[in-house]
Design a protein around this ligand. Structure first.
Ligand SMILES: Cc1cc2nc3c(=O)[nH]c(=O)nc-3n(C[C@H](O)[C@H](O)[C@H](O)COP(=O)(O)OP(=O)(O)OC[C@H]3O[C@@H](n4cnc5c(N)ncnc54)[C@H](O)[C@@H]3O)c2cc1C
Length: 332
């Protein structure tokens, strides 16, 4: 298989920061991937999907693996459900469109999330009250250390909010994912924006739900081709009881979600706004005018500029509200 040298990574990350990879490969099958891993046991490695959730601050002195396996397989089908195995490099939204076209329900709320199928389980992509973990039955991988295949059942993936076993360990390359989707669709109200967009149509079709989400996202999200970004930059923070009480004293109208007795969640976007970072720009980096959680790149190629802006936000929010915002986006 073809190994490329000294590859420019700017086209491979949606923040469009520049860096070079010493080695770069695009395995088209599990066998090719295993071979390459066995051939380069000592190189540092990074798996790269669409690059929509990461950016580079320096050259990568190792091997970048950009999975290129394509296609899908139907594993099981009856009148109520279908199980489909989908290859890692498949564009996520093409898969959602395929499902909606064929009346397979379960991922329509995840329409237009920029992702490859292989990356979807890594941070358990989610939107509009749905997370991808709800429809995954199996994740098929190759161990990055040995080149040996290993399958993970849903339980073995330890999915959490924007997190999974794969994100925490980074030891497995996802080669395909098996999804279980329903053939019968009944709309469940989960999200106020979506209900409004559907104009209180209580029985929308799968297609109507997808179209509504595509319209909302197109209005709310910056286009990464014209304004490079990586979507929501920070995770929404979890708070202890004490942090929650302190926050309410400082910001009485803060949104608080009760997770359990000593665990609460609040909105990063709200904290960023209150810390004075609403539509704020510093040099070539800033927060998006319609959504403070999205950091946008106005023209720098240097990942360090984005890191500096990220740290400014973290320190300001921390000094004002005693809450540390963790990035959702990966920095390399
Ligand atoms: C405009 C915009 C909107 C977004 N909206 C949302 C949203 O609503 N909800 C949401 O959850 N996310 C959202 N995101 C984030 C992004 O869409 C997801 O994180 C997506 O899964 C990234 O996919 P990717 O293929 O680009 O992965 P990459 O960014 O290339 O990689 C992300 C991580 O996954 C690892 N990885 C990638 N592929 C594999 C693989 N095959 N095997 C093992 N590890 C792998 C990488 O090493 C890296 O650590 C948004 C991003 C943008 C730019």
């Amino acid at each position: 298989m073809n190994i490329q040298y000294n590859i420019q990574l700017k086209p491979y990350n949606s923040f469009r920061t520049q860096a070079h990879a010493k080695l770069f490969c695009e395995p088209e099958s599990v066998a090719e991937l295993s071979d390459i891993l066995k051939k380069y046991p000592d190189e540092k490695k990074l798996v790269l999907g669409g690059g929509f959730n990461l950016f580079f601050t320096k050259d990568f002195d190792g091997l970048i693996i950009h999975p290129a396996m394509k296609g899908f397989n139907i594993w099981y089908e009856d009148t109520n459900l279908i199980e489909i195995e989908v290859s890692a490099s498949t564009n996520w939204d093409d898969f959602v469109e395929f499902c909606v076209d064929n009346h397979y329900a379960g991922i329509e709320n995840l329409s237009l999330i920029p992702s490859t199928v292989g990356a979807a389980p890594v941070q358990n992509i989610g939107a509009y009250g749905t997370e991808v973990k709800e429809v995954i039955t199996l994740v098929r991988t190759v161990d990055i250390r040995t080149g040996e295949p290993k399958d993970f059942t849903n339980k073995m993936c330890y999915f959490e909010y924007r997190d999974s076993f794969f994100k925490r360990t980074g030891n497995h390359i996802i080669t395909s994912v098996v999804f279980r989707l329903k053939k019968l669709f009944t709309y469940k109200e989960k999200y106020i924006d979506l209900t409004n967009e559907l104009k209180n149509n209580k029985y929308p079709t799968l297609r109507e739900v997808r179209d509504a989400i595509v319209r909302i996202r197109t209005r709310k999200m910056p286009d990464y081709d014209t304004l490079p970004n990586a979507g929501s930059f920070f995770k929404n923070p979890y708070l202890t009881y004490e942090q929650k009480e302190k926050l309410i004293r400082l910001l009485p109208n803060a949104t608080i979600h009760h997770v359990n007795e000593n665990c609460f969640k609040t909105s990063s976007a709200f904290l960023i706004d209150k810390a004075g970072y609403k539509n704020k720009r510093s040099g070539m980096v800033g927060t998006y005018e319609h959504h403070s959680l999205i950091i946008v790149n106005y023209g720098t190629e240097q990942g360090k500029d984005i890191v500096n802006f990220m740290e400014q936000i973290q320190h300001t929010v921390h000094s004002q509200f005693n809450i540390w915002l963790e990035p959702e986006v990966r920095v390399y």
